[in-house]
Design a protein around this ligand. Structure first.
Ligand code: HEC
Ligand code: HEC
Length: 469
């Protein structure tokens, strides 16, 4: 048991693995494209008629490679051993004195894990039993429950990683083990954690870059995987080239992988990326939108939005990165992932040949399947598309009700929330993350005012159109 717990410590300590680690870099390539036309000027509100981006074709993928990637994710050894199954099953001891009636359900509810699609030994989505140990993989963060359906590639909107790591530490203490020393996992609100900041903390454990490195980089909501094929840059600030696979591999350093093991598995991860390129967006599962409204919304979208967002006539297009000043959304994520932080990544194996770039802005996401990736904006600060398009409808303090079909907001397109008048006073970590407090640093819900000048009727039409994407 002692060695097990030491191992828990070591692995939790690594539980911060998105894009870690050092080596030697090439300089960043070009790739930042600013909005076409005059879209970025005057607080960035374009007044229509913006030209469409030139369309790109989808990257061709080999079906055999795609299948290998899918099998690697669902049946292979993506994750490493994270905790003993015994410890996972006993996590309730940290917060309860008697075992909950349904331990797996109680664990899912507390940490916001998504139910697995198979029996999975009682473990949630993204976890797998392996020789008495629990492995964790990409799907802990990249599978979500949307209107009552588990969807691979959707962001996990209820995830409370900070609490999970804190409880693992507390459990170690409970059984008399030296508490591990994991990097801080900052969860700003359920589903919204600072994965980039954790990575920086990890990278600093093995490297001294000789320049100050930010270890708090705002908060991030994982982009939906089914948008990957449609763009040319990745990450919310467009810092990564879309063709890259290594920084996404680095997540597995959080789960017991080493750089050496990752280098050996590189072909599998290249296949996994190919699989991601084939994931379809889920179809709108409610009343089909009226065709005339969709047609009007499409016209408006092409007129008002495609200076930045992918035109619906393009399968794929050059990603547009909008300078944060003219965009006005929360600046933290973009500011804090600056030249020094990018330099640290590029100086590592993970950035070699696939260099990151400090962009100073945010990528205009492809709106493919956008109805299924609420909450919105890079930090998940706006629960519905209606709020994205009408800044007067964005709640300052809110609690997401849940992920069932009844808790999906069909009218406003997104998540139903309870609006609060203030944030809880002196909250525990668990209570704090249950309320999205947009007044906290990194969680601001301002900016992107491009829908404000539309009339209510026009906004409704755009929403109807977006349901079909
Ligand atoms: C601990 C949570 C977590 C895990 C585990 C994780 N990711 Fe992510 N992933 C994120 C977050 C958060 C982002 C967005 C970060 C940003 O852009 O600031 C992201 C971004 C990405 C992107 C870029 C998407 C885009 O369109 O810009 C890809 C691709 C990706 N992850 C793939 C993977 C793969 C493959 C794995 C497993 C090998 C994985 N991730 C594991 C949280 C996670
Ligand atoms: C000047 C460029 C620009 C224009 C014009 C623009 N957007 Fe955006 N949009 C962005 C950027 C950049 C983001 C990402 C902002 C962030 O996450 O901080 C974004 C984010 C969004 C999101 C959230 C997506 C997500 O996955 O969270 C939606 C929805 C959206 N835009 C819809 C629209 C619609 C509809 C229009 C037209 C009425 C429009 N946008 C016009 C640049 C633009």
């Amino acid at each position: 048991m002692v060695t097990s717990w030491l191992r828990v410590g070591a692995v939790v300590l690594l539980c911060s693995g998105l894009w870690a680690c050092p080596g030697l870099p090439p300089p960043p390539d070009g790739g930042v494209v600013e909005p076409r036309d005059a879209a970025g000027e005057d607080a960035g509100v374009p007044d229509g008629g913006a030209p469409s981006p030139s369309c790109l074709t989808l990257e061709a993928v080999d079906p055999a490679v795609v299948d290998a990637g899918r099998r690697f994710l669902f049946e292979g050894s993506v994750g490493g051993p994270l905790v003993p199954k015994l410890a996972f099953d006993n996590l309730w001891r940290v917060w309860a004195t008697v075992p909950p009636a349904d331990v797996p359900a109680a664990i899912r509810a507390r940490y916001g894990f998504v139910p697995a699609l198979t029996p999975n030994d009682g473990l949630p989505m993204g976890f797998r039993l392996d020789n008495g140990w629990v492995r964790a993989d990409c799907l802990v963060c990249h599978a979500g429950e949307v209107a009552g359906q588990v969807v691979v590639g959707a962001p996990s909107t209820r995830l409370q990683l900070e609490l999970f790591v804190d409880d693992l530490k507390a459990l170690a203490q409970l059984v008399g083990q030296q508490p591990p020393n994991p990097p801080r996992v900052r969860t700003g609100a359920r589903g919204i954690s600072d994965i980039v900041g954790m990575t920086m903390q990890l990278a600093l454990r093995t490297t001294n870059p000789g320049v100050p490195i930010n270890t708090e980089i705002g908060y991030q909501d994982p982009p939906a995987w089914w948008t990957l094929a449609t763009k040319t840059r990745t990450y919310v600030d467009g810092s990564g080239p879309q063709s890259a696979h290594r920084t996404m591999m680095a997540t597995q350093l959080a789960f017991g992988a080493t750089q050496q093991s990752l280098e050996q598995q590189e072909p599998e991860y290249i296949a996994l990326r190919a699989y991601l390129l084939t994931l379809p967006p889920p179809a709108w599962p409610f009343t089909a939108p009226a065709t005339d409204a969709v047609a009007r919304g499409r016209e408006l979208f092409r007129e008002r939005c495609t200076a930045c967002h992918r035109d619906d006539r393009c399968e794929r297009s050059e990603s547009v990165i909008v300078p944060r000043g003219s965009l006005g959304t929360d600046a933290e994520r973009s500011v804090k992932y600056g030249p020094n932080e990018v330099g640290l990544i590029n100086a590592s194996w993970f950035g070699t040949g696939q260099a990151h770039q400090s962009t100073g802005g945010y990528l205009a996401p492809s709106l493919r399947g956008v109805w299924a990736s609420a909450p919105y904006l890079h930090n998940g600060s706006v629960p519905t598309l209606e709020g994205v398009l009408d800044s007067t409808k964005r709640p300052r303090f809110f609690r997401v009700r849940g992920t069932s079909r009844a808790e999906y907001d069909e009218a406003a397109v997104g998540l139903k929330v309870d609006v609060l008048t203030a944030a809880p006073v002196n909250p525990t970590s668990a209570e704090r993350a249950d309320v999205y407090d947009t007044t906290r640093p990194g969680l601001g819900n301002g900016g992107h005012l491009f829908g404000d000048s539309l009339t209510d009727a026009q906004r409704r039409d755009v929403l109807e159109f977006l349901k079909t994407q």
